[in-house]
Structures are given as C-alpha cells and as structure tokens.
Design a binder for this molecule. Structure first.
Ligand SMILES: *Cc1c(COP(=O)(O)O)cnc(C)c1O
Length: 395
C-alpha cells in the first residue's frame, strides 16, 4: 500500500506534464532585471520583462526604497485596517489619484490581489458581470469569487457584447463590463470608447484592468483611460505597480465611495499585510519621475517602433499589436518552443507563448521592448531574429 504522504496523485500529474513536453524549469536570473542580463549563467539580451521603463533598478527608485527602509523598516507589521496603514501608504494613494486624474485610489499588494479583492467586493447576487474572453487570469479568478452571474463576449467584438446586453441586461440589478486595457498576449488596445458607449446605453458600470497600459499609454503613462480621454466615464480603473512602475502592487482608481467601500470589503486589504515601506517609497519616486518628464515613455515608444519596423522589414508577422508588446507569430507549438530555444542559444531571451495561453496554431514569441534597451542591443537582437528566422524558414 502506498503512503499517502508520497503524494502519488501529484507525482502522476507531474509525470503527465513531462510526457506532454510542458514540464517547466525556471530560468534563473543573476542580478537585476535589465536590458541585458545573466540568465542561467549566460549573458543575453532580455526581451521578456515587463520592466517597460527600466524602473526596476533605477538609481532614484533604489535610493527612495533604501530611505523608506531606514525610516519605516522592512515590513509594515500588520494589515491596513489594524495598524499597517503608514503615512506613506496614504501619501502614495493621494499621489496616484492626482496622477491618474481620479477622485481616489485604493492600493493593493499586487495587481492579481486587486482583481481577486475588488471584483467580488463591488458585485453581488442578482448582478451580471460581462467579461472579454481574453481577459487576464486574475480577472477570471476575481470573477469566480463573485456571487454575480457571469457572461463572456468574443474578444473586442462590440456586436457580441451588445448581443449579451440585449439578451441579459434587463434581468439584473447591476451590470459590470470588465476588460483588459491592453491585452497582454497580442498587445492590442481595448475598444474603450465603444465599450463606454454601450455601458452608458445599457446602464452598466465599467472596470478596466490596465496592467499593461499603466506607465505605457496616455500622457506620461497615465494609462488607457487617459489615452482615450475617458476620465470620469470608467467606474473602476485598475493599474499595476509591478510592470512599468517597476516595483510591486496594484490599485483601483475611481470615486471616493469606491475607496470607502473597498476599505470595508476588499478582502486582501482586510486579511493580508500592506505593501512594505521599500515598495511604497520606490513607487512614489516612480510616479514623481513620470509626472516630471516624458523622457522614459518617449524612449519606450521610440524603441518599440524601431524594433517593430525592423522585424517588419525582415518579413516577420508581428500581429495586431498597438503597444510595445511585440508578438512574433511562429505558428506551430513545437516550432515556437524550438524557435525560442535557438534564440536563447544565440544570446536573445524571448519567451514562447503557446496553446492554451493563445489559440492553437498561433504560437508566438512575445518580445517586450523597454526604454532600457539601447539601439545597439535592439539591432543585435534583430540580427539574431534574422538568422534564426531564416534557419527555421519563417522568413
Ligand atoms: C500582470 C497582470 C496582472 C497582475 O499584476 P501583478 O501586479 O503582477 O500581480 C493583472 N492583470 C493584468 C491584465 C496583467 O497583465
């Protein structure tokens, strides 16, 4: 008889992953997440991080983090509702609200946490949540935690969204339409003006998760809502502090009453310790930097446009991206993994993304260009793309 503590059922499932060729070994980064890194002991150009602005190791952010540690320590010591709410947490929320041009901001410990906490808090039995089919996993999990009924519309398909509204809206008290601001696998932007119009026509609330738009789109990285000049017409505007901002955390920007309610019902705020001082100090520095100059966002977009144009000239298919997220479509799943592997051998790290994360036959390597890349690094990366692309018959 086998010992239950051998976790045989997990061993079997891990073996299945190995048999299917999808067993994962984590790459190991030695040092900061920068444009060029030491990965598994080898120096490579990094085209896979979300560190859009190079803030993750920016000297000013590091200094602000160290200063916050000196004054406040390494941990906040409690959840916010007990005694983990420091003056810097309050200051951060005020600063973010001004930056986002909204009435109020409530900060969470991560973007994932924010979706897990906010969606269930603002919806209830008798409500309907309508979600884009390509929304992020943390939205899907957040929606699962809600007592509301759920519906999904085809990706960015406004006719399909309206079909759901016509069929179901009248049976519910409140209705919340949720979308990513920027879709992370393709880099396309949500059709927010049309979504807002439909929401207003059918008396629905709107929730935009702008994890990949924060620090990237809009004036100085104020996000997708700012990009479309929709201030005041989106009820819940979610951002992450973990990607372009370079640190960790998430937030909801919106009305004062949103903040009051989340303070009472946002479970990650009530039951999980608040952001550590170092993170808060560094994030405030990042927001100050973004507010004072467009240098970082300008460089990000310059680099992204340059890189995309160069890949395009070589004949690569870079999909429907409208943002620095640059997918290079390979197609077949095994070929995509082989492509990424060969790129790494040649000194460029681009992560392979295949089914079930994206539809079958649309495997791609996803390139994340940042403000931290030099033109020389991008030129070198493009040369490797050309060589491997030719070797594998992609161009
Ligand atoms: C990355 C991401 C998150 C998670 O943000 P973290 O701060 O890393 O937890 C949430 N939503 C979307 C759309 C994302 O892309």
């Amino acid at each position: 008889m086998s010992n239950v503590h051998e976790l045989k059922y997990l061993q079997d499932q891990v073996q299945e992953l190995k048999d299917q060729g999808v067993y994962r070994v984590l790459p190991i980064l030695e040092g900061a997440n920068e444009a060029e890194v030491i990965l598994n002991g080898k120096k490579v150009i990094n085209l896979s991080s979300n560190n859009y602005l190079g803030f993750a190791s920016h000297p000013k952010l590091k200094k602000a983090a160290i200063e916050a540690v000196e004054k406040y320590g390494v941990g906040s010591g409690a959840v916010r509702t007990i005694i983990g709410n420091m003056d810097i947490h309050e200051e951060l929320e005020k600063k973010l609200a001004v930056f986002k041009r909204e009435e109020a901001v409530m900060v969470f410990q991560s973007g994932f946490n924010c979706n897990a906490g906010a969606i269930q808090a603002i919806t209830n039995k008798g409500d309907l949540i309508i979600s884009d089919e390509l929304n992020h996993a943390s939205i899907i999990d957040g929606v699962k935690l809600s007592k509301a009924d759920k519906a999904v519309y085809k990706h960015s398909d406004m006719a399909d969204l309206e079909r759901v509204l016509i069929e179901r809206r009248s049976q519910y008290e409140n209705c919340l339409i949720i979308t990513d601001g920027v879709f992370s696998m393709d880099g396309d932007i949500a059709k927010l003006p049309e979504i807002v119009e439909l929401a207003e026509k059918y008396n629905c609330m709107t929730y935009v998760d702008d994890a990949h738009g924060s620090g990237v789109l809009g004036e100085s990285g104020r996000g997708t809502v700012d990009h479309f000049h929709l201030h005041g017409r989106i009820d819940f505007s979610i951002g992450t502090l973990s990607k372009a901002i370079g640190v960790i955390g998430g937030y909801v920007a919106g009305s004062k009453v949103m903040k009051e309610w989340l303070l009472h019902r946002g479970r990650p705020l009530l039951f999980s310790t608040s952001l550590p001082p170092a993170a808060v100090g560094a994030i405030m520095e990042a927001v100050d930097l973004l507010s004072s100059t467009t240098e970082y966002t300008d460089r990000l977009w310059h680099n992204a446009r340059f890189f995309k144009a160069e890949l395009g000239k070589l004949g690569f298919n870079t999909g429907a991206s409208e943002t620095p997220i640059t997918p290079v479509i390979v197609g077949d799943e095994a070929k995509t993994v082989a492509f990424s592997k060969r790129m790494l051998e040649m000194g460029v790290f681009v992560s392979p993304i295949v089914f079930p994360t994206v539809p079958k036959g649309t495997g791609r390597v996803r390139c994340m260009v940042t403000a931290g890349h030099t033109e020389e690094q991008l030129v070198r990366a493009v040369a490797v793309f050309e060589q491997v692309g030719k070797e594998m018959g992609l161009i």
